[in-house]
Design a protein around this ligand. Structure first.
Ligand code: OGA
Ligand code: ZN
Length: 366
């Protein structure tokens, strides 16, 4: 990008580009981002701004697509590329994941089980599958060997298992003395797992080893879509859910007393929904003031109702060798009850960051 004029005072550099756009760059921002201050390959900054004096702009020269700046007081010289300055003018957006694609029961007609054996050997197919998980918050896989612990191998496709006090993996099957609803034949309402952890596990995988049951279907619901529906229908309810803290706890006498506190809907500084926690089993007694209590219960019930609406969810039966993975901070899961027959899943948790990282690495290789 060519430049038609450059002016400056001691604090600000003004660059007018040939398309008429003007970039205004602050001296400390320039000094903080000098190209020579970054590792060539890794892009890591090699200094801290506090180790530098408060610089002033001294001299500017411009040759071809390079603008060279001399900074006072130490006469540090660095050169900026005009295309780089152009791409960083005004409020440029740093690299980030695409926006989530929200879904409801219509997603049922798009359910696709990717083939594990294919993904192991095809970066292209792996990339497609990982992008689906990133954008829709869930992914499905088949042809996963029913050898116990294979769920841990599946995580190796993109990252690392998140170990917890439950171990690397957990078993989901009916037990004679169940410590948890998951280990019974009862249905389980929509929930996120482990809201009592900080941080909450970002991804959950469930791998079906045996399913001879007469029920036990899995259900997934897009919590982000439900949260947006509440924001539209009832902004006051949304605001309560997004601001009032709820405590979650898991107690296992001798080994664990896990506790975390958060609003059920988490948002970022732009107001976008970033995470949900919903788990009636581990939610602690609400401690809201009398002014809030009644309205909060209305909002809490509305959230529960919409999460369980058949129109919101997808539903499928995992058969041996099939696996589902979902964003445990976005997509809530549940299962229908069963009466008869063995059903055995193995599950584990993983973090989202390595999945997102591999998508970028694969894209850079294309
Ligand atoms: C769980 C769970 C669902 C299932 O173990 O957290 O929700 O399909 N299980 O049994
Ligand atoms: Zn669960």
């Amino acid at each position: 990008m060519d430049v038609t004029s450059i002016t400056h005072d001691s604090q600000w550099l003004h660059v007018t580009f040939t398309d008429g756009e003007v970039g205004k760059f602050y001296v400390q921002w320039l000094r903080d981002n000098v190209p020579s201050g970054r590792h060539l390959e890794r892009g890591q900054r090699t200094f801290d701004i506090n180790s530098l004096p408060e610089h002033k702009l001294s001299e500017i020269s411009h040759v071809a697509d390079q603008i060279t700046i001399t900074f006072d007081p130490d006469k540090h010289i660095d050169t900026f590329n005009t295309a780089w300055l152009y791409s960083h003018k005004d409020s440029f957006a740093p690299q980030s994941n695409p926006k989530p694609i929200l879904w409801n029961c219509n997603e049922q007609s798009h359910l696709v089980f990717a083939n594990y054996q294919t993904l192991k050997n095809s970066k292209k197919d792996l990339h497609t599958w990982l992008c689906h998980i990133r954008d829709y918050g869930y992914g499905l896989l088949e042809n996963v060997p029913t050898e116990p612990e294979t769920v841990l191998r599946v995580v190796e496709l993109f990252g690392y298992v998140r170990n917890t006090n439950y171990g690397k993996l957990f078993e989901v099957r009916a037990e004679s003395d169940p410590a948890n609803l998951a280990f019974t034949k009862l249905g389980i309402g929509m929930h996120t797992d482990n809201p009592y952890r900080d941080p909450v596990p970002g991804l959950q995988l469930l791998h079906c080893l045996v399913n001879e049951s007469d029920g036990g279907d899995n259900q997934l619901v897009d919590g982000f879509a439900v949260a947006e529906k509440i924001r539209q229908k009832n902004p006051k309810a949304f605001s309560l859910l997004a601001t009032q803290p709820v405590q979650f706890r898991y107690l296992d006498k001798d080994s664990a007393d896990l506790e975390a506190t958060s609003p059920l809907i988490e948002t970022n500084s732009d107001g976008e929904v970033t995470a949900l926690r919903y788990n009636s089993r581990s939610a602690q007694t609400f401690t809201f003031s009398h002014e809030i209590m009644a309205d909060y219960y209305d909002a809490y019930r509305l959230l529960g109702e919409l999460l369980h609406e058949p129109e919101a969810r997808i539903e499928f039966r995992l058969t041996p060798g099939q696996l589902m993975i979902f964003d445990n901070q976005r997509v809530l899961h549940g299962r229908s009850s069963y009466e008869e027959g063995t059903r055995h899943l193995q599950g584990c948790y993983a973090d989202k960051d390595s999945l997102h990282s591999l998508i970028r690495v694969l894209e850079a290789q294309q």
